[in-house]
Design a protein around this ligand. Structure first.
Ligand code: SF4
Ligand code: SF4
Length: 323
């Protein structure tokens, strides 16, 4: 049995909505088969008001053990560091968050906002939002870079806008069944199982990427062409398993004709790009992509691209059948 407290800060609740669609395992499986005991969840629990306040006090008084503290949304610190923009039971919510993080065996940040601050922490950041242990790509965030939960781990970051539901449910299972030692984190504290490879891995448009065959229109429903060249797809620069663990066990953005917008990376939503051009590949000198796949540089990439385009076989221009 693992006691879970799930709280939210500055959030749209999208990660909760996504989590409810988990399939392997489902949320019901988590409770009935894997011993997850949800002490409180802001949207799902029946308790409210004094009942919740009493539970919070019991956790902080060590009367109820807290195994996993799940946090969704940003920590709101405004105005001027007081946290008064986001109050809970007459206290700034940030104070509750700090105390629960110190009590928990494990702390799990769910979604971009909790991991890095996400959209609310984008400049000028009027709510003074931050992620639990990062502010964008800078380590520290609300809890500080040296924070470790009682079990000795930093915050486990599960980014996404929203998260893929199975990323969360499988991490919760690993913690609840004592297999958290198997959860290796990358240098941004993300579980490697889900974030070691790029979104590009497993994309059905890979053959078009190889031969530099673009898809011309955004959202084009056919499986012809790659979204990197004109539509700004960030699949080769973004760590996620979206094309390996399909959404709803059926599809992914790129399979459906939507470019990856890089939502699992701390720089998301990339508002430093020119406004209105998120779905448009930025170019230099007219044709060279400004950002190229991780591990290469624009010049050598462009030389390679020009050669590939010249020798592309017939199949590079054919529609692909994807069931
Ligand atoms: S559409 Fe994106 S993820 Fe798919 S092959 Fe092209 S660049 Fe890679
Ligand atoms: S495809 Fe890219 S933008 Fe879409 S959910 Fe996956 S990582 Fe995020």
């Amino acid at each position: 049995m693992a006691n879970v407290l799930w709280m939210h800060g500055g959030a749209c609740n999208g990660n909760t909505q996504s989590f409810l669609n988990a399939e392997e395992p489902t949320v019901i499986d988590l409770i009935t088969d894997f011993g997850i005991n949800i002490l409180y969840h802001h949207s799902l629990s029946m308790e409210f008001g004094d009942q919740v306040h009493r539970l919070f006090d019991q956790i902080l008084n060590d009367e109820v053990p807290l195994d996993i503290f799940v946090f969704e949304g940003t920590v709101i610190q405004g105005p001027n560091g007081t946290g008064h923009y986001d109050m809970l039971f007459d206290r700034p919510k940030k104070d509750w968050i700090l105390e629960f993080a110190k009590k928990a065996q494990y702390v799990v940040a769910v979604g971009d906002c909790a991991c890095w601050g996400g959209i609310p922490a984008t400049k000028p950041n009027p709510s003074e939002s931050t992620g639990l242990q990062y502010l964008k790509e800078e380590r520290g965030g609300f809890l500080g870079s040296h924070f470790r939960s009682k079990a000795g781990l930093p915050v486990i970051n599960i980014p996404g806008c929203p998260i893929h539901p199975d990323w969360v449910s499988q991490v919760l299972v690993a913690v609840a069944t004592g297999r958290v030692g198997d959860v290796q984190l990358d240098d941004l504290q993300r579980p490697q199982t889900f974030f070691k490879t790029f979104t590009h891995s497993g994309c059905t448009r890979n053959q078009f990427f190889e031969w530099k065959e673009p898809v011309e229109e955004f959202g084009q429903g056919t499986r012809k062409g790659c979204l990197f060249y004109e539509q700004g797809c960030r699949g080769p620069m973004t760590r996620s398993s979206c094309n390996r663990i399909l959404w709803n066990r059926q599809s992914s953005k790129t399979r459906a004709g939507m470019p990856c917008i890089g939502c699992t990376e701390p720089q998301f939503p990339y508002f430093d790009l020119a406004p209105g051009t998120v779905f448009k590949t930025q170019k230099v000198l007219g044709s060279i992509p400004k950002e190229v796949p991780t591990g290469t540089d624009p010049l050598s990439y462009s030389v390679n691209a020009a050669m590939a385009r010249t020798v592309a076989p017939k199949l590079a221009k054919e529609d692909m059948f994807v069931p």
